[in-house]
Structure formats: C-alpha cells, structure tokens
Design a protein around this ligand. Structure first.
Ligand SMILES: [Zn+2]
Length: 298
C-alpha cells in the first residue's frame, strides 16, 4: 500500500485519517488505515489541525457549540466576571431540559451563590482570521482526501492507483500544497451561510438535525464544445458551524467562484432543497453567532 500524499509505502501504517478532525465533531468521514501514512497523518495533526484548532475563533466556537474534544471533554474558555473583577475558565453545557449550564470553579461558584456576580463576558469572535495560510492548507488537505472518499469505498483502490500514477496525478499541486506547503498561496472564499446551532428538518427523511459540518464538490461549467466535451472547474465547498469555505481543486485562484456567488445572489452550493430551518439554538443561547449578527458591525 502507498500513501496518497507522500507516495511512500504505508503497509504498516495504523492511522485512520479523519477528513475533518474528530475534535470538530467528525466521526463519520474518514479514510481507512494505510491510505494516509502515519507520518503524513501525524504531520497534519500537529502542523495543520492543532494549529488551526488553537486559533481563538476555533477555541471559542468549540466552547460555545459544546463540541467535545477527541477524548470526549468539553472545551474550556476564559471568561471575565466584571463585578468581582475575576477571570476564570468555564465549561458550558446544555442540559436535557434545554438550560445552559456553566461549570465554574469553587471560588466563583460561592460568589455567584452569594449574588456578588451576575454577569459573564466572553470573547466575540464571529469568524476565523481571513486570509489564513493554515486554513488554506487545511482546506487543500480536506479537498484532496474528500476526492478519494467521494468515490465510494469500492472504488478507492482504482482511484488511488490513478492518484499515485505520475501521468494521472491530477491533483499534484493541491496535494503538495497541503502536505509540503509547496507552490503559491491557495486562495479560498469564506462566508457565513447560516447561524450556529441551526436545526433543520429534512423532508425526505422526516428528521430534525443540526448541521455541524457538510461538504461537497461543486462543478462550474464554463463552456460546452460541439463534440460533447465540457470545460469546467471543480470546487470543494465545506461548511463548519455555519461558515462556508470554498477552494478550487485545480487552481489557486478563487475569483471565478466568487463571481459565481455574486451572479447567484449569494446562493450556496451546499443548499439542500429538502432541508428547511426548523429552529435555531442561537435564539436561545446568546453566545451562538447568528448569520446576520450585527453585535459589533452596527
Ligand atoms: Zn505519507
């Protein structure tokens, strides 16, 4: 077996490669061991994913959306209690009856009990710093892995053969940018398409669920030739906690995608007609960021 990133032998590798890290709540989208070798898996975990997840937006987003760590723990955030001029690490969790509970240290608990403090102040970070090279390489990694994942398991091996073959290594630039940071900076588009905590009703499946992340490939056709050939560009479009991130899989330029959004009044390729907004937890929990949040940009 060979690794799809470095092409080295990966027969003895043990890592399962999660397309989106488990610490962002992904349990379902992964590649079985061997497709990405231990060394590449480790590189992405340390140099890309840990870097990304330690950015203030992601710490804050995981805290307020109660996304558990890989080990199943809540993410802590430092909040400020102005009446007693004290900062403390807090964990937040929603109880079964829909109350939002904050877990604080003993000293603070006593102060709250005694009615000495009633307010807590947390950071307001509505989106990741943009543009951001770590995010760009993370998207390149996800797009490359999703290309294989999207083929369906029964086609993995034939797809891997293609990706490993010199003549058909069509995503070489994307792969080398993700793994080695080679080549020019790969642009991406970032925008909020829905609020955090939106719960949608899927009419086809009669199911209510919250979309933590979703992804797909979106093809934008440029030209159709008389012989039936089509000129097109393929974009990897992913949303995490309501923010859409898009990258082209063959070109570091994103302007054509941005033009397409403009021509389609801000429509997102991730939009699914079967899904309608059922309710939003952002109406209950003021910490969650709304789509048209204007708490700062008034
Ligand atoms: Zn490798």
């Amino acid at each position: 077996m060979q690794c799809i990133f470095c092409h080295n032998d990966s027969s003895t590798s043990k890592s399962i490669e999660h397309i989106i890290p488990e610490s962002l709540g992904n349990k379902d989208h992964y590649l079985h061991k061997g497709y990405v070798c231990d060394e590449c898996n480790h590189y992405f975990a340390i140099k890309i994913e840990n870097e990304l997840l330690s950015q203030p937006y992601f710490v804050s987003m995981r805290f307020r959306n109660e996304i558990l760590t890989k080990k199943g723990r809540f993410v802590k955030e430092k909040l400020f209690f102005p009446e007693v001029k004290k900062s403390s690490e807090v964990v937040m969790c929603t109880t079964e009856d829909g109350c939002i509970e904050a877990v604080v240290d003993e000293e603070l608990y006593d102060l709250i009990e005694a009615g000495k403090t009633k307010t807590m102040i947390g950071p307001y970070i509505p989106e990741p710093e943009y543009p951001n090279v770590i995010m760009s390489r993370f998207l390149a990694k996800c797009a490359y892995e999703y290309f294989l994942y999207n083929m369906g398991e029964e086609k993995y091996d034939s797809c891997v053969q293609e990706l490993l073959c010199k003549g058909s290594d069509i995503l070489k630039s994307l792969r080398e940018y993700a793994r080695y940071g080679k080549g020019e900076y790969w642009q991406y588009n970032q925008r909020r398409i829905y609020s955090e905590g939106d719960v949608v009703l899927n009419q086809n499946e009669a199911l209510n669920y919250e979309i933590l992340h979703e992804m797909k490939f979106f093809t934008r056709e440029h030209k159709r030739f008389p012989n039936g050939y089509v000129e097109a560009e393929v974009y990897f479009v992913m949303a995490i906690a309501g923010i859409e991130y898009s990258i082209c899989i063959s070109d570091p330029n994103i302007s054509e995608y941005q033009k397409w959004i403009e021509e389609h009044n801000g429509f997102s390729p991730l939009n699914d007609d079967a899904e309608t907004l059922s309710f939003s937890l952002s109406n209950i929990n003021p910490m969650l960021i709304k789509k048209d949040d204007d708490r700062i940009h008034r």
